[in-house]
Design a protein around this ligand. Structure first.
Ligand SMILES: [Zn+2]
Length: 642
């Protein structure tokens, strides 16, 4: 990006230009309206998103150049500290940038807009003339790991996604120019084209983990084609480059950029090579040894069932985050090109992925707060596209791990206790050369997502994806088209089309206040007894018309109030839960007795390997009448393509 261009557009306090918004503080109010309302005190994703935006903006400080720390360590020593290290700005902060656009849109929050606009300006200035996102590494910035400017492959795809979100959120054409230029840079500078496919090389001039796939002005050290999926950062090629074609395909769908679609297709043809899928039998002992430090992602073990050709069905073992990101990217390309075989491949991959862990509550992978956020994104996208119907899964995920992994104000006492009586943290922790910050750490992590189920660390990897999981469920939970609203999740939600008041899981009741819908389709969870479902419009009972799992309400008028009632169902289930991370306490496997109200886990015994999760729920949900409270609701008609 040209420096002059940015100065002209941002000016004063306005930050990223946004077509006459009247400065940074005016941005969200232009997008929607606020009003006071009384709602059941049940899960409200917009409220969770407010905590999220508070978290991200609290991490920004002028004296640290608006760079975000990559980790907060709450249990390593006293005081707890945050650490600036490695690829925070190069890889993870662009994820936060993307999440912040989503969170602003869903919440209308005005918290920290000035700091945010400084951050956006700082990050936009990192874009080079070649369109790539360059981290200004230097010998002074030891925490960045590389003493010269570099472009992390992983971060390019993340920045591309972030810019696509900001382009739609602000409407600023400067983002379009930046994105088009980045597509050009990815195509001409960073990738290697071969036959009908393309890939990003694995080797720059720095050998350490996370630095290996960084490109510098010297170029790539070698351009050898990566030979297997395990040959990448964190033991996964997919982890650092699998997400790229998705952003490129989405950009084509938004703007028709043919170069973006062509490059996306070339990358997809590389990533779908059979050698990268169901690869256990092809890995050499050396490949497996290279993966050994990453066995928590989760462990690789065992072959396929007989007669299953796993590579044709997106089966995989290894790095869960990389594979989910790649599946989503493949889906985005499949949607852009109407490729039905690729859509089915992704669906198979999603269903394979959701077999592991304790999926009933969304406890998967290595238990990080980010993995499930990614899976929610994939499930919502598959469902919206009609490739599958995973709303029941999403309801189970978001009511449990998808929100329980978020750091809440109620966690403060627990998090304080983690470092009590401990000596100061060691001078070197994890990696040398870090910069630290001990200022109000506990306050700042609230709204973030735990790096582990113990909630003893909060990472800039997990917090953005955890918060994006909130957004994906919020966005997918209610859709509107040409007078028809489709309610996919029975969660509190305000919108210009219909407002949803959910009393679940205290009561089997949902109220819809219509605004401008003529027809509403409401998906009912699988646990509901259809025979006992009662629906009224105003005070008049209406017959239940079922379309699959949806009831159909027609001929609605503005201000109609729809009341849906059904008996709340409690169930007790036994599930065998594997320990997903080696440092957790307890046996390798435990049989948990779980009590659910609907899809909400209210109690489990024993607990999840010594974690603090779900401990307050039994008390919270012992009553069978939902408390009410007054809130400010924000509605926007703006819908983002993500
Ligand atoms: Zn993470």
């Amino acid at each position: 990006m040209k420096q002059g261009e940015h100065a002209q557009q941002s000016g004063g306090n306005a930050g990223p230009s946004n077509e006459g918004s009247g400065g940074a503080s005016g941005l969200p109010s232009r997008l929607g309206e606020y009003y006071l309302d009384t709602v059941p005190d049940t899960l409200d994703l917009a409220e969770r998103g407010q905590l999220g935006i508070g978290h991200f903006t609290s991490l920004l400080e002028e004296r640290l150049g608006y760079e975000m720390p990559i980790m907060a360590h709450l249990a390593v020593g006293r005081p707890p500290f945050m650490q600036y290290i490695l690829n925070d700005i190069g890889t993870c902060q662009p994820k936060a940038l993307e999440a912040m656009a989503f969170l602003r849109l869903m919440t209308g929050s005005k918290v920290g807009l000035d700091k945010e606009s400084r951050m956006v300006e700082m990050m936009a200035l990192m874009l080079g003339d070649d369109g790539l996102y360059w981290v200004p590494g230097s010998p002074d910035k030891t925490w960045l790991g590389i003493p010269e400017p570099f472009a992390a492959v992983h971060g390019q795809g993340r920045m591309l996604r972030a810019m696509i979100a900001w382009y739609q959120y602000t409407g600023d054409p400067a983002w379009k120019r930046r994105i088009d230029r980045m597509v050009e840079g990815l195509d001409k500078v960073l990738s290697v084209h071969k036959d009908d496919y393309a890939y990003f090389p694995n080797h720059g001039f720095y050998d350490e983990e996370y630095l290996r796939s960084c490109f510098t002005h010297k170029g790539w050290k070698d351009q050898i084609e990566p030979k297997n999926e395990k040959a990448g950062e964190e033991g996964s090629l997919f982890n650092h480059q699998g997400h790229m074609p998705g952003a490129l395909a989405t950009w084509y769908q938004l703007t028709g950029n043919e170069q973006s679609l062509r490059l996306s297709g070339e990358l997809v043809r590389f990533l779908t090579k059979p050698k990268f899928w169901a690869d256990i039998s092809t890995l050499t002992p050396a490949d497996l040894a290279a993966y050994a430090p990453w066995q928590q992602f989760p462990a690789i073990s065992g072959p396929e069932y007989p007669a299953v050709i796993g590579a044709e069905h997106a089966h995989w073992q290894g790095h869960i985050h990389g594979h989910i990101n790649t599946l989503r990217a493949l889906l985005e390309y499949a949607l852009a090109t109407d490729d039905e075989r690729l859509k089915a491949f992704v669906r198979d991959g999603y269903e394979w992925t959701r077999q592991e862990g304790f999926i009933r509550i969304g406890y998967i992978g290595d238990g990080q707060g980010c993995g499930l956020g990614r899976l929610i994104g994939l499930a919502v996208k598959l469902s919206n596209a009609g490739v599958g119907d995973y709303w029941e899964d999403i309801d189970q995920y978001i009511r449990n791990q998808g929100t329980e992994m978020q750091i809440m104000p109620d966690d403060r006492e627990y998090m304080e206790s983690l470092s009590v009586g401990k000596p100061p943290p060691p001078k070197t922790y994890a990696l040398p050369g870090d910069v630290r910050n001990t200022d109000h750490v506990i306050d700042k992590v609230i709204g973030g997502f735990g790096g582990h189920i113990i909630k003893d660390s909060v990472w800039l990897c997990c917090s953005p994806h955890g918060n994006m999981g909130l957004f994906y469920a919020w966005d997918g939970g209610l859709r509107y088209d040409e007078g028809t609203a489709r309610v996919n999740l029975l969660l509190n939600r305000a919108s210009p089309w219909v407002d949803i008041y959910s009393y679940i899981p205290y009561e089997g009741k949902v109220i819809l206040k219509n605004k401008e819908s003529r027809e509403v389709l409401v998906r009912m969870p699988l646990w509901i007894d259809r025979q006992q479902l009662q629906v009224r419009v105003g005070s008049s009972p209406v017959a239940n018309v079922w379309l699959g799992n949806y009831i159909r309400l027609r001929d609605l008028k503005p201000r109609d109030v729809v009341t849906i009632e059904f008996p709340m169902r409690e169930s007790t289930e036994k599930w065998t839960v594997r320990k997903l991370h080696r440092f957790l306490k307890g046996p390798e496997e435990e049989v948990c007795t779980c009590r659910f109200k609907g899809n909400t886990l209210v109690e489990m015994s024993p607990d999840l390997f010594g974690s603090p999760l779900y401990k307050g729920r039994a008390k919270q949900y012992q009553i069978s009448k939902a408390p009410m409270r007054q809130v400010t609701r924000f509605v926007t008609p703006k819908v983002l393509t993500w």
